[in-house]
Design a protein around this ligand. Structure first.
Ligand code: GAL
Length: 335
């Protein structure tokens, strides 16, 4: 059992966790945090980056501790990310925050951090459990992928129960859908796909899949796929279920180019462009994790680790290592 788990059990119901690897440095007046993003152009990650910068400023002002953030973009390359982590450590970062490029391949970065005694806060792309269990100074901040998917499914189930014809546009008793998926190896894509569709079935929506494809979270890839599908199945698609907002927006781009207005599209993320599309009535709904809480949890965990302090009670960790950010449904239509 990991050290942190044992401590949590001993503390019974008290939510009290501390970053233990480092000695307390109560008089430390500045901290340096290295952050590596898997791909800076990713809209959701970009939104989180913006919030992280805000949270660092807030932390500085409220605690009187200077926070230096060194944010690097790995541009989709695990080798580049490995080098970035190496550099953060050699520059003397007190903690590193990693949004892994390849969540299955975090071991080299973990080796390096463990050797140097530098704690790691992973986020958004969850390393495998085996890696997470290697050291009690490894943390993860993210959302529960099944919860996301079930909430997304409920957006559609709710609408169907209130107004079946809003979804079954041609009135044939079946809702014909297409599915846009994120990266094939990402836990979020796999779990979201499975549980969104399962929730539609469990909720009694008579769905029929026309087709689906991988668009790697990207708007342009989704737009190209949707254009092909609209050509191949004209006047057939009634619903687009997308693993994230950017791909949902890509589908909407293709629908707009084809002059189609009544097809419902659901996304996930509540990104800034996603929310704008929602407000414009183009997106039926999305599932949003509070980005301030998300970035706040990364910042608080990182700073606590850097200072060797206890994590505030407001950030309870599961199994001493995981902080799950709560999510909510956002819809345009009054479902
Ligand atoms: C997902 C998010 C996607 C994309 C991906 C990157 O959680 O919904 O939009 O940002 O993470 O790992």
């Amino acid at each position: 059992m990991k050290g942190k788990k044992a401590i949590l059990m001993a503390a019974a119901c008290l939510v009290l966790t501390s970053c233990q690897g480092k000695p307390k440095e109560e008089d430390k007046s500045s901290i340096r945090i290295g952050i590596s993003l898997y791909r800076g152009e990713d809209t959701f990650i970009n939104n989180i980056r913006g919030e992280l910068e805000e949270k660092a400023k807030e932390y500085e002002q409220s605690r009187g501790i200077k926070v230096t953030l060194d944010i690097q973009d790995a541009k989709g390359s695990q080798n580049v990310q490995n080098d970035q982590v190496e550099r953060f450590i050699s520059l003397g970062c007190d903690v590193v925050c990693i949004n892994p490029v390849d969540r299955m391949d975090a071991s080299l970065m973990i080796d390096r951090a463990m050797t140097a005694g530098v704690p790691v806060v992973f986020f958004n792309r969850q390393p495998v459990e085996e890696d997470m269990n290697r050291w009690d100074q490894l943390y993860y901040v993210g959302v529960d992928a099944k919860e996301t998917a079930v909430l997304q499914g409920w957006i559609v189930v709710d609408l169907y129960r209130k107004d079946p014809r809003a979804l079954d546009i041609n009135g044939d008793g079946v809702v014909s859908y297409v599915l846009l998926e994120g990266e094939s190896s990402h836990q979020d894509s796999l779990i979201r796909t499975e549980w969104s569709i399962q929730t539609l079935k469990d909720g009694g929506v008579p769905i029929e899949k026309i087709t689906g494809g991988i668009a790697n979270w990207e708007r342009s890839q989704a737009s190209a796929l949707m254009e092909q599908w609209l050509d191949a199945w004209p006047d057939t698609i009634e619903l687009v279920v997308s693993n994230n907002d950017d791909m949902a927006l890509g589908a909407i781009d293709a629908l707009e180019r084809a002059g189609i207005r009544d097809v419902n599209v659901v996304g996930i993320d509540g990104t800034i462009p996603g929310t704008e599309a929602l407000e414009a009535g183009k997106l039926l709904g999305t599932v949003s994790a509070n980005k301030e809480v998300y970035a706040g949890a990364i910042m608080e965990l990182a700073a606590s680790c850097a200072l060797g302090q206890e994590l505030p009670d407001s950030y309870p960790l599961t199994d001493g290592a995981y902080y799950w950010v709560l999510q909510e449904i956002m819809t345009f239509k009054e479902n």
